[in-house]
Structure formats: structure tokens, C-alpha cells
Design a protein around this ligand. Structure first.
Ligand code: NAP
Length: 285
């Protein structure tokens, strides 16, 4: 199986680069090696590799910066995946692509299912939704995996920011009125490999997040507790912490479709967080 992986240095891409070789021959590319904002580079790369599967882990993920960089976010998150999908269609490859809870507006009181109407509140969410639609329109075989609140032991993420701040500051103030499922990049990669090993039976859009849900404040408290720190974490509201991009209040995605079609469920978010922190401690020791 020939696999082309983009975004190999991102949180999810890094984990995929270590797991996809179990399935076949992987060409893993960084942003410097394949810029998704460059359609000619996409065309040349895909035609040279002739992949059976393309896994697109590259994305413009700076949610707040996207509010003032709509063009770049749209190029990378919508146009790029559209070109990848067109090339996938031309060479008969399956395209695996990641999307986000931010395609929803968060007003639904219960977990979102795949068929719920999208209504992104941010430029980032709009660009990711446009990416989903470009892939669907291209007609290639595809899996769009919507995930949320991704963290890892490396990269830029909420976990590493909270660990740093909890050591630097006497107390933390964290938003407590946005709910979601913190999801470890490693679990996304493991699930992706499992889905790819039965790729002929699956197609379309799936929600892929950890089990269980919490708020950013609940996430921060668990991080501080599991790290053995005693920094108090105070609950604040979204209104107390204004950001350029508006985020959904309810980001919880139902993963029932994945459970039914693929028999797959990710562990509870607390369990994965404990594993990730154990790995960080191991690395530090
Ligand atoms: N992070 C989250 O909380 C979250 C939540 C929901 C969904 N997702 C989705 O999950 C997927 C993986 O996200 P992640 O957390 O692994 O993101 P990440 O850590 O930010 O990694 C994204 C990677 O894409 C690269 N990239 C950026 N612009 C590019 C371009 N023009 N061409 C090629 N590569 C480019 C980045 O390189 P540089 O570092 O050099 O910019 C980075 O290596 C994305 O589709 C994202 O939208 C993420």
C-alpha cells in the first residue's frame, strides 16, 4: 500500500508518521516539502508518488489568527484539500482528511451527529467546512474525520500551555462555559490506522473524539491534578476571556456512527490524558 502523508510535523501528523508504516510504504511530507497552498506542488507530488491512500494531516490551525488571515486559512484548509481530492479522484486513491467541531455553532444542547447542520462561527471553522465540501464535490473516495480539542506531548496545545502556566503563575483562570472532548493526537492516529485497515467498508464523514466531555476549566484542573501541581484553577466565562474567534459553547461530538460502522471507540479523555502525561514525565526523566 502506498501512502502519502501531509503535515508530518503537526500533532496528528507526527503520530501518523510513526504508525502508518505498519500498513505500507509511507511518503511523509512536511510543510516545506509540500505546501498545501501550492496547487502545482500538490499535483506534482501526488502524480509522482501514485498513492493508494492520501492522509491529509496538514492544516492552518491558528484559530484566532485566521480571523485576520482568511485568505491563507482558506487556501490551506479548503483549496488545498480540494486539489488533493481532485488528484485522489484522478489516481483512484482514498483521501483521509481531518475536520473539526468548529464547523458547528455549539447551540445544540446535546452531542452533534454527523448529519447535523453546520454553521461555523469562525473563519477557521468556515475554512474547514469549505474543505469538507471541496472534498465531497471532487468525487474521490474519502473519509472525513471530525475531531476536537487535540493535544499531544509536543507541538502547540492547551495541555502544554497549562503545564507551563501552572508552574509560572500563582493561579489560573480558565473558561468554564465551553464543553468538548479533549482528544490525544496518538489516539487519532491509532484510530486512523484501524480505519484504514478496513478501508473498503468505510466512507464519508465520521466524528472521532475521546469519550466523555468536560470544559476547558475541567480539562485544566485534571492536567494540574495529574501533574501533581497545586495551582488553583478558577472558572471564568467566555465573556471574561475575549478572543478574536468565536468558539462553540457545545463542541461535544457523538461518536456513535464510528462505533456502529467500525466498532471503534476512543478511550475516556481522562485516561488518555493520564497516558500522555506519563509519557511526558518519562521523557523528562
Ligand atoms: N488542534 C486542534 O485542537 C484540532 C481540533 C479539531 C480539528 N483539528 C484538525 O486536526 C488536523 C490535525 O491538526 P493538528 O492539531 O495536528 O494541527 P497542527 O499541530 O497545527 O499541525 C498542522 C500541520 O500542518 C502544517 N501546515 C500548516 N500550513 C501548511 C501548509 N500551507 N502546507 C502544508 N502544511 C501546513 C503545520 O506546519 P507549521 O507548524 O509549519 O505551520 C503543521 O505541521 C487538522 O485538520 C485540524 O484542522 C485540530
Amino acid at each position: 500500500l502506498r501512502i502519502l502523508l501531509t503535515g508530518k510535523d503537526g500533532q496528528v501528523g507526527w503520530e501518523l508518521a510513526r504508525r502508518l508504516p505498519a500498513l505500507g510504504e509511507v511518503t511523509a511530507l512536511s510543510r516545506a516539502e509540500l505546501d498545501l497552498a501550492d496547487p502545482i506542488a500538490i499535483l506534482e507530488r501526488v502524480r509522482a508518488v501514485k498513492p493508494d491512500v492520501i492522509v491529509n494531516a496538514a492544516a492552518y490551525t491558528a484559530v484566532d489568527r485566521a480571523e485576520s488571515e482568511r485568505d491563507q486559512a482558506t487556501l490551506v484548509n479548503a483549496a488545498g484539500p480540494g486539489f488533493l481530492a481532485a488528484e485522489a479522484h484522478a489516481c483512484g486513491a482514498l483521501l483521509v482528511h481531518y475536520s473539526t467541531d468548529y464547523v458547528f455553532d455549539g447551540r445544540k444542547p446535546t452531542p452533534y451527529v454527523e448529519t447535523d447542520p453546520c454553521n461555523p462561527l469562525s473563519v477557521y471553522g468556515q475554512s474547514k467546512l469549505a474543505g469538507e465540501r471541496a472534498i465531497q464535490a471532487a468525487g474521490c473516495r474519502h473519509l472525513i474525520l471530525r475531531t476536537a480539542w487535540v493535544y499531544a506531548s509536543r507541538g502547540r496545545n492547551f495541555l502544554l500551555t497549562m503545564l507551563r502556566l501552572a508552574k509560572e503563575r500563582p493561579e489560573l483562570r480558565v473558561v468554564d462555559d465551553q464543553t468538548g472532548s479533549p482528544t490525544w493526537a496518538r489516539e487519532i492516529a491509532i484510530a486512523t490506522v484501524a480505519l484504514l485497515s478496513r478501508r473498503d467498508a468505510l466512507e464519508g464523514t465520521y466524528h472521532l473524539t475521546a469519550s466523555g466531555a468536560t470544559t476547558w476549566c475541567g480539562f485544566a484542573r485534571e492536567i494540574v491534578k495529574l501533574a501533581g501541581l497545586e495551582t488553583p484553577v478558577h472558572a471564568i466565562t467566555t465573556a471574561d476571556y475575549p478572543t478574536p474567534a468565536q468558539r462553540p459553547r457545545n463542541s461535544v461530538l457523538s461518536t456513535e456512527r464510528l462505533r456502529q460502522d467500525a466498532g471503534l471507540a476512543l478511550p475516556d479523555w481522562r485516561e488518555s490524558l493520564a497516558s500522555c502525561l506519563a509519557e511526558l514525565r518519562g521523557g523528562a526523566g
